[in-house]
Write a protein that binds this ligand. Sequence first.
Ligand code: SIN
Ligand code: NI
Length: 265
Amino acid sequence: MPPLSELTTPENLSEDTVRRYRDDGFVHVPQVLSAEEVATYRAAAEAILERDMEIWAGGEDGGQVEVNYVTQAWRKDETLRALALHPSLTGIAARLAGGALRLYSSEVLVKEPRKALPTLIHDDEAGLPMDGLSLTLTAWVALVDVPVERGCLSYVPGSHLRKESERLVHMTSFEHFRSAEEVWPDFPWQLRVTVPLRAGDVAFHHCRTVHMAGRNDTDERRIGHGVIFMDAGATYLPGVMDEYLSHMHPGQPLDDEKLFPLISG
Ligand code: SIN
Ligand code: NI
């Protein structure tokens, strides 16, 4: 795609892009961040990875892993907080979703050069400790160029609209995970759209959209910032990786403004 003459903003995002997001459950939005912003956020991501990087425990094969990450990055670092709450990111998310959202979480997501495995085929709904999901979506912000060979994401168009019997709706343990094929027998025959991103581009996907990512076969780290915006009315439903919510009781609204700020659309 040739460089755009201007950045994409909530104001100039086309109606066609919104419609494609609603139909497909994902959309590529080019050039949300300027080159200067990318440099600032990438430096912050690299610094937090030095301090706080965790290794995905699901790794097999002699220590090879899919993704290394920093959870709750926006709560740990002021610059990444500014990225998670960047008015272009939040405004575009709100236009795509079409309703009120709160910031739920953000993670720095890394695939190390030459050794990262493909990211497992999944959708995000089952892993989110919350009830009342209908608009919830992830903004995957590319902080480096992510061509296909560096492990960009692929998506199954329209999979966010499949019926409940074809979805893994909720997990309270990773032992409950089931493969896409087990849960959705038609999965192997679905189209998959692979979406390479330039640094500063953002790919948005709905929490029920089936997605995956490739290996990193290049000599450079793949660095992204995955920001999840949830339905403003979502409530707590005990799930996986939710120890930090253990002070909450099931059914309690996730509406503490400090932990889950409302975003302005
Ligand atoms: C990845 O960054 O490889 C996976 C991100 C996601 O599952 O949303
Ligand atoms: Ni995911």
